[in-house]
Write a protein that binds this ligand. Structure first.
Ligand code: SF4
Length: 327
């Protein structure tokens, strides 16, 4: 099945859709006609998510091969120009292409950018003076900057940064939550769905940012007579912002203990103690997060609890990605 066909499946059955730099997806679209070899983590994500490839430089009509381009500091602005003469400025065209990309794939819930590219890089892209001298490596590519501007909630990472297990886990978590949010909107926003969505993501938010957790409850406390679209915008902006903050062992433990509280009356004392010991083992770094999570899931399989079973915290993404084995 090609990417476009996959994208047309009913949204309820669809996997999350990630955008990806076309060269990383195996297409020979780099300026010199090469592809870029994806690392194992990019390959894993492509296996578990639907993907749609975009190449902004090809998209604005530059062919293969093409002269290299780079970022140039012009006053307060960063422009993208041909590296040899700086005579051709592609900034506006690439920004337009970013808007077209988001319009063409409204289901996008994350984007895998390409390390170092003046168009698709994310952080640490080189910029040059107007004389062509190297200045610093401190920029996002022009396409990446425009994606972030036009859809500030869209999770972005590049293939290089995805080597970091914490960044990778954060990216995947946010992409899955953003996917769920887009499915909710596709089903139709309602007060009931909004509250249900928050209910499912409560502990995930708590693990990342307690102040946001405290803010979101009151925000949804009484929705009667309120502008639901405005509340929803504030809600998802706060929630996605919270998930951007890194969860720590300590904050994960806080949530693990909260959740294990639901087993208090259901487990015999010795099992409760073993569970608490396992959470402590995680806190001090003897075992990864997947260990206490797996134990909790086993217990809740034996002692079902409808509220806990729906919690995204216990299974925010496919287990096969093994993202919690390294946290
Ligand atoms: S513009 Fe982006 S997708 Fe196209 S070749 Fe460069 S890095 Fe790859």
């Amino acid at each position: 099945m090609d990417n476009n066909a996959r994208e047309q499946r009913p949204h309820a059955a669809a996997k999350p859709l990630l955008g990806i730099g076309s060269c990383l997806a195996g297409n020979a679209v780099r300026y010199n006609g090469d592809t870029k070899k994806p690392n194992q983590h990019v390959r894993d994500l492509c296996e578990h998510f639907d993907t749609r490839a975009f190449c902004p430089e090809m998209g604005i009509g530059l062919g293969v091969p093409r002269p290299p381009i780079h970022l140039v500091s012009v006053g307060d602005e960063i422009r993208i120009k041909d590296a040899d003469t700086h005579e051709h400025d592609y900034t506006d065209a690439i920004r337009d292409y970013a808007r077209q990309t988001l319009d063409a794939a409204p289901q996008l819930c994350g984007y895998i950018l390409v390390k170092g590219s003046p168009s698709c890089g994310y952080g640490r892209v080189k910029r040059y003076t107007q004389d062509g001298n190297y200045m610093a490596s401190d920029q996002d590519g022009v396409f990446a900057t425009a994606l972030a501007e036009f859809d500030p909630l869209l999770p972005l990472e590049d293939d290089g940064r995805l080597n970091d297990p914490c960044l990778r886990e954060s990216f995947v978590t946010r992409a899955c939550v953003y996917h769920a949010w887009k499915e909710l909107l596709a089903d139709g926003l309602s007060a009931h769905r909004l509250i249900e969505f928050y209910s499912r993501h409560k502990y995930l938010v708590m693990a990342h940012d307690v102040p946001s957790y405290r803010e979101l409850g009151p925000l949804l406390a009484d929705l009667r007579g309120r502008d639901l679209d405005a509340v929803a915008r504030q809600f998802i902006t706060t929630l996605m912002g919270a998930l951007k903050r890194p969860a720590t062992r300590r904050s994960h433990c806080n949530v693990l203990f909260h959740i294990s509280g639901y087993l208090k009356k259901r487990l015999p004392p010795e099992q409760r103690q073993r569970l608490a010991a396992l959470i402590e083992d995680y806190r001090v770094g003897r075992v990864p997060l997947v260990v206490p999570i797996t134990m909790l899931r086993h217990h809740f399989a034996d002692h079902p609890d409808a509220y806990i079973e729906q919690q995204a915290f216990l299974a925010p993404y496919p287990d096969d990605l093994r993202l919690r084995n390294l946290l």
